[in-house]
Structure formats: C-alpha cells, structure tokens
Design a protein around this ligand. Structure first.
Ligand code: GLC
Length: 712
C-alpha cells in the first residue's frame, strides 16, 4: 500500500443520504477513502462499493456507517426513554431489530450505543444516554452490543457497534455542549468509564472518542484514555473512530499548532479513523516528514481498520446484506416498537384519574404535541419517516372508538402566540377530561441541544395553567429528551407522565397506558430536578459532614428550596400497589471471593397484573475513601398477578464491595456494608439490612499508621 492508500483507509467522509459529492467518488477511485457515513440504500451503497472493488488498485471494500441509535426505519424510544424500562432483554431486542433493518440498506457500522452518563439535563445529549447510573449504563452497553453485533460480525444482519463517546462527555461544564469537562480521576473511573468497559467486555467492534477534554487533555489526544485504559488495561483491539472533525479541532482546543501536530497527537493516542476532518489526509504526510509520528503507527491503525473489514466479511462479500429483500415498512418492528414504548413511559404522579374510566363520552387532547408526528421520533431518528409516527391524538382516537376526541394545539411548541388558547378552552370546557400534550420538539435535545432553562418552551405554561384553571381532570404528558422542570404542573395536574420521545408507536403506547391496556412500569433512569439551580443532581452523592436538619441552618441544604429532587432515580408508579417485605441475606459475614444471596418478597396488592422493578443498593458507611450514600449494584423485574406474591433474589460476590481506594487501585476493606432494596433511590423508603466483610484489606492500613498517633 502506498502512504496515500494507507491514509485513505484512515479517512471517513460524509455522504448525503442517497448521494455523495463528486469529490467523494473521485477519492474512492483514487483509493483515498476507506469508509463513508450518512450514505444508505442498496442502490448508492452498491454503486460506491463497486467503485472501490472494481476501480481501485487494491479493491479494498468500503465501510458504511450511520447513527442507528434507536432504530433505523422503525424508530424505537430514545435511549434515555428505553433505559426507563430497566430491561436488558428489551434493549438487546430493539438493537437487533435495528441492525436487521439497517444492514438491508447497506449499513455495516452503527455509531451506537452512546454511553455517556449524564447528571445534567441542561445537556441535550442526555437524551441519547442511558441516564445517570454506571450500572444501568453498563447493562445497557452490553445489551446493545449484543443486539447490534449479534453472534458474529460476519452475519449480514449484524452491525459493528461503536461505544461512544469515550470519555466523560456528559460532564461538560454547565451542561453546555462541546465545553470542557473537568472532573476527578475517581469520578472518571467510577462513573464515566464503567459502561465503556462493559462494551469492551461485550466485544464492541469500535469506540468513538469524545469531542471534549478531560481536565485539559482532549480525548482525541489522550494516550492514558485510549491506550493505557482502553487498549492495554481493558484489552480492546478494535477500531477507534474520531468524532466529526474532532482531530482537526485539536488545534482550536489549544493542544496542536497545526494539522500535522493534530494528526500526530491523535494517531499517537490511538485514533484510527479520522471522521470528516481531513486531518489525516492533510496532516499526516507532514507529521511523518517532521518526525512527529512514525510510519509504524500508521501501519498499526491501517491493520485495525482492515481487520474490522475482514471481521465483517467484506473481503468475501462486499455487498453483504444488500441482497436481502427489505420487508414492508410495517414489518415486525412496529410491534416491538409499541412494546418498547409502553415500557419506557414513566407514570410520575396519579391522583387516581388513571387508568381512564370506561364509557368516557368526550376527551380534549390539547397542546402542541397532541397531533405532532415527527417530534415523537426524537433526535437521531436515522431514516425513520416522521410522518409515519402515530400521534397521541390518533392513538387515543383508535383506542377510544366510542369517545369523542377533540384536538387543539393551543400554542406552538416554542412560539409566544397564545391566540389559540381560546380554541383549546372551547373543546376543554365540554370534555370529561383534558389530556395535555406538552414538551419539546426533536431539535431541542440531542447533539447541540443544550438548554440553560430545561423547562417547557414557548407559551406552553400559559396554556397549561389555563387548562388547569378550568377545574377539570388534567392528565399532563411530557414529551422531551430530558427531565423538564415543571414543579407547578406536578403540583396541580391530576396525573403527570414522562413520555420522552417514544418513536413510531408513541401514540398507541401512550393510549395503551392511559386506558389501562398497559400497566405503566417505567422507572426514572435519572434524577428529576425541581429547579435548574439544583443541577447537577444525582442520587449517588457522597455523605456530607452536616446532613440536612431542617431546624439547623448550618447543615447541608438550600435556603430557598428542598435539596431533594422532584422525583428520585428509580421513581415510577403503577396501576397496582407492590409491597416489598422480608429482606434477607444468606449470610451476615463475607470473606473475599465468597458469594451471598439477597432476597426480598414482592406482593402485588392488585387490582391488575403488573411489573415491578426492584433495585438493590449498598452503602459502605466507613471506608478509606468516603463512599456514596447509595450505589446501585443490581436490579431485577418481577411480573405478578393481582394478589400474587413472588421473591426477587440478587446473587453477588464480595466483588460488589470493591472500590477504587485512595491510590485508585481496587480495594476490598473490612467492615460493615449496608444493603438496601426498594423501588427508587429515596433512601428513607428502602428496606435495609447489613453484612460484615471480615477478611480483606485493613481499612486503615497504610493511610493512618503515620497520620494517627498511637492510641494512648
Ligand atoms: C456527531 C456526533 C456523533 C455522531 C457523528 C456522526 O457530531 O457527535 O455522536 O456519531 O457526528 O454523525
């Protein structure tokens, strides 16, 4: 291979859906391009692949990538919504279905799953994330990699998955997109990296670096992150892909004087493919000539890219997947999309108005999201057809054929015009119940979707308050890519549901839940703030020396509002009442390497069948490093008929109590560990027991012997 051909394999260019620029086609012919993204469809993919195979010296097949995050043609709930299902089987199934659809369109690489954990709903990409918890993120990562990649990458229905964006992108300053991330190494290790480690352990084929820096060292130039941790410590041998133009952006990020330095820094750190930056093509020759990087680094990167193409079977079958007939758009995906959407809905409050009673005569469906179709797909909707989404109004009409369903937008999603509120009043006044459809559109979250005020946009609050003032039952649905700050709505509405962006089957799934055809089971994967002033807000806080005491000013709290979230991580109501009891452990002591079993009974106190999610937390009250007040260590679901009692069991080993010690090396320390089981991170509501770790490393060894004088 010539140097130009080698650099070509390390360069990825963007197409434009069903087409590409002439520049791209000539670059392919010259062997200067190894992969494309945002090009899909059997016709164009077959033609471009033919160019690479038949009109280049080396006939190396192209990689075709696309952001298939939550569906390809059939769109499923956004990742933050799907995380609310707390169900790895579901997460894997929707990825598998998306892979089958995308591979038919010639895609063989998806830039998913996105695994950046987020504690800040101002950041728009929280919508793409599995939420705030590293265990949920890890289970989500492994399930998505299994789903996208299937049993083998050479299977033509599989996609190579990309764990993105390593690391700590979700920690951007003030939730502002592309800003700097400044955090402790401990937070990086304990919060932001576990999901990527889980993806690596699941065999993810690629990793994408984050636009951002970690305390001043950009991910794309971060040898510690990409070589020491990702490749050496975790054994990842796949391909690292840059984010869009991010190698070239090392110059404005202040660590490279020119493209040659940027290219050398990225290649040295281990970035194999330069996406849309031309930094490798324009910078590497100069970098090599100036001795900033050696040819062996180029060769190593080229080998990893060629190995990925070989694992995908492209050298044997460059037109993989294209030969299969695409099913009709309403293929099996729509059924799964409806089930996934039902299970992603979180019932936040309910004064008993839900499920809607039978025999309703008239309902008013009001608000800018009532008849909105495209917003239901949310951000990153691949090639999903927005017009094919079932709207909330249509879903209710189909679910309630004998009921009059009046619809009025009232206001637009983001506009200030309130003239439409009069029409909304007109239909609400004659209705038995008002279904208020509020929230964001699909552009207000996702990439470049940061919002300093994560509240209802435009004049929606004005509309909502007029509806609430009518004195009728108001069911508020919040369609959004993030928790929205609506304490006034929570206070006054009869019921509030987080419906996120649920995909093509949004309307049907919402109607299923409102009429009781589906019993809501979603649980919040993020803490829901009362106010932007509380952000960042998350459940796994470290203890303070002055826990809040209402009557004592000098304790940890705000003067002007509670410090607790509007709704805690794990919150979610059901149409039945689950009671947890009888928490028990098979042992009260544990040694390093031993197992233990935690069990709790769950009773469905009726009146309908339902699914409960049980969370298992620990807290180490005394350790060499202060440990979070709660750490999620497992979760499980149980389905029970009315009146039925079941048992949920968690099996764990002493590994569950290991944490990064003062030197950040993993430690297991002797002492008591508190064990909690319950429905959410509301500590006061949890069942509690404890065990003792009796054989392990002494907590005080090596850190107090010198610091603490001998006891007198
Ligand atoms: C974007 C996103 C990344 C995506 C890529 C290709 O800038 O940061 O998540 O995969 O470009 O679309």
């Amino acid at each position: 291979m010539t140097l130009e051909e080698k650099i070509g394999q390390l360069s990825m260019a963007e197409g434009s859906g069903h087409g590409t620029t002439r520049g791209v086609q000539s670059a392919i012919r010259q062997g200067n391009l190894g992969s494309l993204f945002n090009v899909h469809g059997s016709g164009i993919v077959r033609e471009l692949q033919r160019l690479a195979i038949e009109e280049t010296r080396l006939a190396i097949p192209l990689l075709f990538g696309l952001d298939v995050l939550h569906g390809h043609r059939t769109i499923f709930p956004i990742p933050l919504a799907e995380a609310a299902a707390f169900d790895p089987t579901l997460w894997e199934a929707t990825a598998r279905a998306a892979a089958a659809e995308a591979s038919r369109d010639g895609i063989m690489l998806t830039f998913a799953p996105m695994l950046d954990l987020a504690r800040d709903p101002r950041w728009g990409r929280i919508a793409e994330s599995p939420g705030e918890d590293p265990l949920v993120g890890s289970r989500f990562a492994a399930a998505k990699v299994r789903g996208f990649q299937g049993r083998s990458l050479s299977d033509p229905t599989s996609l190579a998955a990309t764990a993105k964006h390593i690391g700590a992108y979700g920690a951007v300053t003030a939730g502002r997109e592309y800003a700097s991330s400044d955090l402790s190494e401990r937070t990086l290790l304990e919060l932001h990296l576990p999901a990527f480690k889980a993806a690596a352990d699941a065999g993810v084929a690629a990793v994408m670096a984050a636009f951002t820096d970690i305390a001043g060292v950009p991910a794309h130039a971060n040898v510690t992150l990409l070589r020491e941790i990702l490749r050496r410590a975790w054994g990842f041998d796949g391909v690292v892909i840059s984010d869009y133009g991010a190698v070239a952006e090392l110059v404005p990020r202040g660590v490279a004087a020119d493209l040659a330095e940027a290219a050398a820094l990225a290649l040295t750190a281990g970035v194999d493919i330069d996406m849309m930056g031309n930094a490798y093509r324009r910078g590497l020759p100069g970098a090599l000539a100036r001795g900033l990087v050696g040819l062996e680094a180029v060769d190593a990167a080229v080998m990893r890219v060629l190995r990925l193409k070989e694992r995908l079977g492209l050298f044997d079958e460059p037109y993989r997947g294209l030969s299969r007939d695409a099913p009709a758009d309403d293929g099996p995906g729509r059924g799964l999309a409806r089930e996934a959407a039902r299970r992603s809905i979180v019932l936040l409050t309910n004064d008993g108005v839900l499920p809607l009673p039978r025999g309703l005569r008239r309902i008013a469906v009001v608000g800018p999201l009532a008849a909105a179709a495209r917003p239901m797909l949310g951000p990153w909707a691949a090639i999903g057809d927005g017009t094919a989404a079932t709207t909330i109004a249509d879903g209710l009409r189909q679910a309630l054929p004998d009921c009059v369903v009046d619809v009025s937008g009232g206001v637009s999603i983001a506009g200030s015009d309130t003239n439409g509120i009069a029409d909304a009043c007109r239909i609400a006044e004659t209705a038995d119940v008002v279904v208020l459809c509020l929230g964001e559109d699909e552009t207000m979250s996702g990439e470049a979707g940061s919002r300093a005020h994560p509240e209802l946009p435009g004049a929606q609050r004005t509309l909502a308050e007029v509806m609430l003032d009518l004195g009728k039952p108001v069911i508020a649905l919040i369609a959004s890519g993030r928790p929205l700050i609506v304490p006034w709505l929570v206070e006054r509405a009869s019921a509030v549901l987080a419906t996120w962006f649920l995909g093509h089957e949004a309307g049907h799934a919402i109607a299923d839940v409102l009429i009781g055809a589906a019993n809501p089971s979603g649980r919040l994967p993020v803490s829901w703030p009362r106010d932007v002033g509380q952000i960042p807000i998350f459940y796994a806080e470290r203890p303070t020396g002055r826990p809040e005491i209402a009557a004592n000013r000098f304790t940890s709290k705000y003067l002007d509002m509670p410090a607790t979230p509007q709704f805690p991580f794990g919150h979610g109501l059901s149409y039945c009442r689950f009671v947890l009891s009888g928490l028990r452990s098979t042992t009260t002591e544990i040694r390093r390497g031993q197992h233990l079993e935690i069990a709790v009974d769950v009773t469905n106190e009726g009146p309908v069948a339902g699914e409960e999610t049980v969370l298992f937390f620990i807290h180490d009250p005394v350790a060499s490093v202060a440990r979070p007040l709660l750490e999620l260590k497992d979760f499980a679901k149980i389905r029970l008929m009315p009146g039925e009692r079941g048992t949920v069991t968690f099996n764990l080993t002493s590994e569950a109590f290991i944490f990064p010690g003062r030197s950040l090396a993993p430690v297991l320390e002797v002492g008591e560990i508190e064990l909690f089981v319950g429905k959410s991170a509301d500590r006061d509501s949890l069942l509690r027991t404890s065990i003792r770790v009796i054989v392990a490393q002494d907590r005080l060894a090596g850190q107090l012997v010198s610091a603490r004088p001998d006891p007198v």
